[in-house]
Design a protein around this ligand. Structure first.
Ligand SMILES: [Zn+2]
Ligand SMILES: [Zn+2]
Length: 231
């Protein structure tokens, strides 16, 4: 398939990665690698932190719904109105934090801000993880986007600039170490971001009714990104 051909990132992609990483470092962000099977306690603490953040985010959502009656589904008009920017931002934050809860489950990379607050998480499965999952008939773990590292989930609370990109680059580095490609799914609305980091996008067919694309860095791209030495 043409999509899996080795192809390189362009200089503009590297520039984007560097800028994101600068922002992350300037904000005092740190990354740790976590395997919840090795560190269940750390995993529980991260989950607890994300759940607390979700409570705050959902409180904001509820407050908005009370204050902006003609925003989203409207009882008065019996119709949908377009969401305002605040509503969209609140929804994104809430959704990002839900993904952060999920990101504490599996082998993952975790980003914290300078105060040690859990701000972004990314879960992935290596080819070996997928093989183990398949052997144990863990179907939910055996789904496959690439023949290399599958990114299963990425969530951010939006409070640490560059955090998501820093975690994506950790995946590229791991893929380079293993000599494989890496990728996941791109949700509608995030295609621009995936292209900016140099991902190849492709329709996988419909996935549960959502508009998603497969988003992959080739093995060569992972090696090139790793050799930037940014993470
Ligand atoms: Zn209305
Ligand atoms: Zn609104």
């Amino acid at each position: 398939m043409a999509w899996y051909h080795e192809s390189a990132s362009e200089p503009k992609h590297f520039d984007f990665l560097r800028r994101q990483m600068d922002a992350f470092n300037n904000a005092g962000g740190t990354i740790c690698e976590m395997n919840s099977w090795d560190y269940p306690e750390e995993s529980e603490q991260l989950k607890k932190s994300a759940k607390n953040q979700l409570i705050v985010a959902n409180r904001k959502l509820n407050r908005h719904d009370k204050e902006h009656e003609h925003c989203g589904w409207c009882e008065d008009c019996s119709e949908w109105h377009p969401y305002c920017d605040t509503a969209i931002k609140n929804q994104n934050v809430s959704q990002g934090i839900q993904h952060m809860i999920f990101a504490t489950k599996n082998p993952s990379f975790i980003a914290k801000n300078k105060d040690g607050l859990y701000c972004a998480g990314l879960t992935y499965l290596t080819p070996e993880d997928k093989m183990l999952a398949k052997n144990q008939n863990l179907y939910e773990l055996s789904f496959k986007n690439t023949n290399g590292i599958d990114i299963k989930g990425l969530g951010s609370n939006g409070k640490l600039p560059g955090a998501a990109t820093a975690l994506e680059m950790c995946v590229a580095k791991k893929a380079a170490q293993l000599g494989v490609n890496a990728g996941g799914l791109a949700l509608e609305g995030s295609y621009g971001y995936h292209k900016a980091i140099g991902r190849k996008l492709r329709w996988p067919g419909s996935d549960g009714g959502y508009s998603v694309m497969k988003s992959v860095w080739t093995k060569k791209q992972c090696q090139d990104i790793a050799s930037l030495g940014l993470v």
